[in-house]
Design a protein around this ligand. Structure first.
Ligand code: PY5
Length: 308
């Protein structure tokens, strides 16, 4: 999917809120050349004078974990970056749903591959609606595979990895599909180009395990908890064969941008009866309530920012 974005007024870069046009970096930044960066995607929902940011701390913790994996020292504390997110949201005074993109990357210094250049950090927040069609997406298995767990630090959300997802997503769209599904190096279903995947079989949710070649998605974790705790469903983390996906009763993606997106077709085979499934529908509804803080038990996941 290509996403239309209305530029905001301000961004946060290296400790300061700056006007959008001044949020710039140097062309010789290491991260630009070699993909030495880590990032996050976080959603904030506008509700009655507040932006409700979903699982902010969990996303920021993952940013630090990703950085650690690639030997990158982020020159801020977790709490500083959480505050920076709140500051940039407040400064922009958003009155629509938003997407927040914290990013840390190696900046200017040497161009040597092993260079440990100083790390630049930015936080960008933009107004953002839906990412994939909520009525369900038509998918294709990508010709690009996820590298094996020993070929790339898959667990880390690193910028360089997204070339693969860019190619998979572009290929799917050039072939007339809404989204790509990537197999892992052993040929099992791994994930979408920017989403985790679940299938439903006999009222059971099945999703690839985190020891496999997937990103440990925060939405995935949310859905597993909600399915077990609120819907009483059995959730199994195990590998999924391609044919199981084709013949599933229901299937859906999870991701910050994609939220819960029903999958209604894969490679010309309708999933179930080709409509949004009933369990998927229940999960969508529950998720939408949870992100707006309508369910007390999960309010701990929300950071409210008052918009004045
Ligand atoms: N898998 C991949 C490869 C991802 O890029 C993402 C998130 C997920 C799974 C889901 O993770 P989470 O639930 O923690 O968001 N993708 C980014 C997002 O912000 C978008 C990348 C374009 O949704």
């Amino acid at each position: 999917m290509s996403v239309e974005v209305k530029w905001p007024k301000y961004a946060w870069i290296n400790g300061k809120i700056v006007e959008w046009d001044n949020a710039k970096i140097h062309v010789f930044s290491h991260g630009l050349h070699y993909g030495t960066g880590v990032f996050e995607g976080i959603r904030g929902y506008y509700d009655n004078g507040y932006i409700k940011i979903f699982r902010l701390e969990d996303h920021m913790k993952r940013l630090f974990k990703s950085a650690k994996i690639i030997h990158m020292q982020i020159p801020y504390k977790l709490d500083d970056l959480i505050k920076a997110v709140i500051d940039v949201v407040k400064a922009n005074g958003f009155t629509n749903d938003i997407y927040i993109r914290p990013i840390a990357f190696r900046g200017l210094g040497s161009f040597g591959l092993r260079a440990q250049n100083p790390v630049d950090v930015a936080i960008i927040a933009v107004e953002f609606g839906k990412y994939l069609k909520k009525t369900g997406v038509r998918c294709t298995i990508s010709s690009w595979r996820k590298p094996a767990a020993d070929s790339f630090p898959i667990y880390a959300k690193v910028t360089g990895m997204y070339l693969l997802y860019h190619l998979a997503s572009l290929e799917a769209s050039m072939n007339g599909y809404d989204e790509a599904i990537l197999l892992d190096s052993d040929g099992f279903v791994a994930e979408g180009s920017g989403e985790n995947i679940f299938i439903v079989k006999d009222n059971t949710l099945i999703t690839p395990p985190t020891y496999d070649a997937i990103l440990e998605g925060i939405t995935r974790d949310t859905v597993i908890k909600l399915a077990r705790e609120e819907l009483g469903l059995v959730v199994i983390e195990r590998r999924i064969r391609r044919e199981e996906l084709y013949t599933a009763d229901e299937a859906f993606f999870t991701g910050t941008a994609a939220e819960i997106t029903p999958i209604i077709e894969v490679d010309g085979r309708p999933i179930g009866n080709g409509q949004v499934g009933t369990i998927t529908e229940k999960i969508v509804k529950l998720y939408n309530d949870v992100v707006l803080g309508k369910i007390e038990k999960y309010r701990k996941w929300i950071t409210e920012v008052k918009i004045i």
